[in-house]
Design a protein around this ligand. Structure first.
Ligand code: LLP
Length: 420
């Protein structure tokens, strides 16, 4: 076998069948992760819930898989919510986040009875209460709290630090105004709290610290307002393998430490342990995906660098240019050939920052060879754009060695569809 196999498929054959660039996802891998959530978290600890953070990768088919495996979903926009609705995802299993949910989005969520709305700032409660009253609906909310922790990850994907656009700041004043408001609402019921401290975290230290901060808050609101925290949502953020020094850990590495800490802290404060929610995104789908490109122009700057250009780049994967994210790549039709060259993989956009991988070691290549970039299942398709009016790639799902198209390749006419 001279070609790379992925999820039981010859990837070169898929590239020829569907053309490139092409996103490929392994359903078997996704299901394995979702079952790990069930077996190692939900079944091992009582009073727990898990939702998949759909911002990482969402299509109707993905929503169906998540629901079939019995996991809920976190959405952050009307578009994600609408996708879930169209996939007949049960609305009560949805948690709606966002630091600036619009009135239209809140109306859509409340009209359709989403399970929880995570309130990101105090005034948002007025909007929710007004809509709930108008529609005569009961809305269950959690407060997103910014615990004031700086996580060891790229600055742009830290979320729980003091100076963050997300969440209610943890100060005497903000907590008392939030609690006083919440406890006086008629159609809106506060059930507890939420935190999310950042993404692609390779250790559990800050999750543990955040639990300590949140249990202190639970104790405070019990003493001051008689409020019993029924739910605590601990966010996601679990890291995956991208390159040599970034590795995925088992779910239990994070969740066991969360559960041990919450039990310990609740005991010490004499609190009843609330229902614990987790919401991983990247960890579920990141390693389930790869992207296939065709190699085109090859330019050697003697003594300096060789640029190998591919037929995609920044529009299908903006992460290297946004976060300096590192990826591994392989020449999928030459996997047994000796890597002899160090090259730079350049995207095709009119943008110097459109470099997918710096200094990749590969065999000698020519126009028409295929490059596979690994671990592109999370925040690639979901963050893709039409920059330079480049159509988005198709998405193919592989299940037990069989491929099927789940998102069609965009055409130039798709790009023009809304032009008047
Ligand atoms: N829950 C909340 C409230 C979040 O804000 C996020 C991610 C998650 C869960 C899921 O985080 P995960 O388990 O996937 O780390 N575009 C960036 C990632 C942004 C994540 C923002 N929030 C990237 O490509 O790295």
């Amino acid at each position: 076998m001279k070609n790379l196999m992925f999820a039981g498929c010859d990837i070169v054959k898929l590239a020829e069948k569907y053309k490139t660039p092409l996103y490929i996802m392994s359903e078997d891998y996704i299901v394995e992760r979702l079952r790990e959530i069930k077996n190692d978290f939900l079944n091992r600890h009582e009073k727990t819930r898990a939702v998949y953070a759909s911002k990482a990768f969402l299509t109707k088919e993905m929503a169906r898989i998540v629901h079939r495996e019995g996991i809920g979903m976190d959405v952050v926009s009307g578009g994600e919510l609408y996708t879930a609705m169209k996939a007949e995802f049960p609305m009560e299993d949805i948690i709606f986040h966002g630091n600036n949910k619009t009135i239209d989005e809140l109306e859509l969520a409340i009209e359709n009875n989403v399970g929880r709305i995570v309130v990101d700032h105090i005034e948002e409660m007025d909007l929710i209460e007004e809509i709930a009253k108008e529609k005569n609906k009961k809305v269950y909310i959690l407060f997103r709290i910014s615990p004031g922790l700086e996580s060891d990850t790229h600055k742009y994907i830290q979320t729980g630090q003091v100076d963050s656009k997300f969440g209610i700041p943890l100060t005497e004043k903000t907590i008392s105004s939030a609690m006083e408001k919440a406890l006086n609402l008629e159609f809106t019921e506060l059930l507890g709290f939420h935190f999310h401290i950042g993404s692609q975290l390779s250790d559990n230290e800050n999750h543990i610290k955040a639990i300590d901060i949140m249990t202190k808050l639970m104790k405070k609101v019990k003493d001051e307002y008689g409020f019993i925290t029924k739910e605590l949502n601990t966010g996601g953020g679990y890291g995956i393998h991208y390159s040599e020094d970034e590795h995925r850990k088992p779910l239990s590495y994070y969740t066991d430490s969360i559960m041990i800490e919450i039990e310990k802290q609740c005991k010490s404060y004499d609190l009843e342990r609330p229902l614990i929610i987790i919401e991983p995104g990247r960890w579920v789908v990141g390693e389930a995906g790869m992207t296939i490109y065709s190699i085109g122009a090859i330019k050697e700057i003697p003594g300096i660098r060789t640029y190998i250009s591919i037929d995609g780049g920044m529009p299908d994967n903006p992460r290297p240019s946004l976060y300096e994210a590192k990826y591994e790549g392989v020449i999928i039709n030459k996997i047994h050939e000796e890597p002899t060259e160090i090259v730079t993989i350049a995207g095709k956009c009119c943008e110097s920052g459109d470099i997918l991988i710096w200094d990749l070691k590969i065999p000698k290549v020519e126009r028409g060879d295929f490059l596979g970039v690994l671990s592109t299942g999370a925040y690639n398709y979901s963050m893709s754009s039409n920059y330079n009016r480049i159509p988005r790639p198709a998405v193919v799902m592989i299940t037990e060695g069989k491929d099927r198209l789940i998102v069609k390749r965009e055409t130039y006419d798709d790009i023009l569809r809304n032009d008047l």
